[in-house]
Design a protein around this ligand. Structure first.
Ligand SMILES: NC(=O)C1=CN([C@@H]2O[C@H](COP(=O)(O)OP(=O)(O)OC[C@H]3O[C@@H](n4cnc5c(N)ncnc54)[C@H](O)[C@@H]3O)[C@@H](O)[C@H]2O)C=CC1
Ligand SMILES: CC(=O)C(=O)O
Ligand SMILES: [Mg+2]
Length: 371
């Protein structure tokens, strides 16, 4: 199969969809991989390494896109990329469609087969192609939050661990999944006082057991959220309802209850954000303040640590890329119901119910498209 790997164009996005090692696995199976010249530079993978792995380099964007049967990316396609898609092509990348109606419409209009990393499920539960980036973003959320608490960033001037004689900061993480647990681990390691709120009792039980009371694992209700709002110095939003828009858990009115200079890090911003006052920001201008509360809402956090993230992402995506390339999309999805859960749009139809529901569209059962 002819596979294209374009250079990412989102603001400060330095990841690339495949490492040279990933390319080598594909070319070794007889596939043709075309990498945009310079695509891996930001992640520390020079063009020469891709050539050595058997890829062809292409500088002309139109040629790169036109000739591809399968396009692999990292971030959701930007408008100029959506324009380049055609009906016979497969797009495999993060999509986060429930947060972006115009992108959804663009992909419907393209006629392409669009498979989202983030809705592919795992045999043992979870979302295996989202998990590695969630681990990165969860760990980064604490770095971002700690930095934002500094006075020069508009924060309250609080050091997360405190010092002997001064109490540590209070950190609340809403959503105790992959992002949430990684954030909590980092905050705990830095010496903060950490609470996780979740709606899943099974998840709270697992966290309580794993951290032996060093993290408070609390059921999320309007009351426990109110308490978090009043008392926390840093709140990290890490909830997910797979494929759907994130629920809004802290309202604008509640910001008045927060301490001045406290910080909200909304990792769930790629699904629309879980705070009413969140809007997506970029690594170039990551924060803004509303009512004295600093908001950090970068939708591609792992792009900042592109080397680590590119390796972690390729580890997770490669088996699926190989299945698509070896078998074609219909057979690859027919053989694996977890992979089938990744199909979001095909031939002008939405196939993921939560995305269709977000925009009042009809959805088609993905399994009916495979014969
Ligand atoms: N901004 C960025 O750069 C990145 C953002 N993300 C995003 O972070 C979010 C979280 O991802 P994961 O941790 O992998 O998901 P996950 O599925 O592992 O965890 C989500 C948790 O949220 C909980 N939850 C759902 N609704 C809730 C509610 N109303 N109240 C409390 N808890 C609730 C679930 O029970 C679950 O434990 C996703 O939107 C994901 O796309 C992930 C990576 C990078
Ligand atoms: C998951 C996601 O949105 C990211 O890694 O950028
Ligand atoms: Mg986005």
């Amino acid at each position: 199969m002819k596979i294209a790997v374009p250079k990412e164009i989102k603001n400060h996005e330095y990841r690339v969809a495949l490492t040279p090692s990933g390319v080598r696995e594909l070319t070794g199976r007889g596939h043709q991989v075309v990498v945009q010249a310079g695509a891996g530079e930001g992640a520390g993978f020079p063009d020469a390494d891709y050539e050595a792995a058997g890829a062809t380099l292409e500088a002309n964007l139109a040629t790169l896109w036109q000739n591809a049967e399968l396009i692999i990316k990292v971030k959701e396609p930007q408008p100029e990329e959506v324009e380049r898609l055609s009906p016979d092509q497969i797009l495999f990348t993060y999509l986060h469609l429930a947060a972006e109606e115009s992108l959804t419409q663009g992909l419907i209009n393209s006629g392409a087969t669009c498979i989202a990393y983030e809705t592919i499920t795992g045999a043992g539960g979870g979302l295996p192609l989202l998990a590695p980036m969630s681990a990165v973003a969860g760990r980064m959320a604490v770095q971002a939050g700690a930095h934002s608490l500094e006075k020069a960033q508009g924060g309250a001037g609080i050091l997360l661990p405190g010092v002997p004689g001064v109490a540590p900061a209070k950190v609340t993480v809403i959503g105790g999944g992959v992002v949430g647990e990684n954030a909590a681990r980092m905050a705990l390691g830095l010496g903060a006082e950490v609470t996780i709120l979740d709606k899943s009792l099974a998840r709270l039980e697992a966290l309580d057991h794993r951290y032996q009371g060093r993290i408070k694992a609390v059921y999320s209700t309007a009351d426990t959220l109110d308490e978090a709002v009043r008392e926390s110095d840093l709140i990290i939003g890490a909830v997910l309802v797979p494929g759907a828009a994130a629920p809004k858990l802290i309202s604008r009115a509640q910001l008045a209850e927060m301490k001045p200079g406290s910080v909200l890090v909304d990792v769930a911003i790629d699904q629309g954000g879980c705070f009413e006052t969140s809007h997506a920001t970029t690594h170039a201008a990551p924060t803004y303040a509303v009512d004295g509360v600093v908001h950090y809402c970068v939708a591609n956090m792992p792009g900042a640590v592109a080397r680590t993230s590119t390796q972690a992402l390729t580890n997770a995506t490669l088996p699926f890329v190989m299945a698509l390339a070896d078998k074609g999309w219909k057979q690859a999805l027919a053989d694996d119901p977890h992979f089938l859960a990744g199909l979001n749009v095909h031939a002008g139809q939405v196939t993921y119910p939560a995305v269709a529901k977000a925009f009042g569209l009809e959805s088609v059962e993905a399994a009916t498209l495979l014969s």
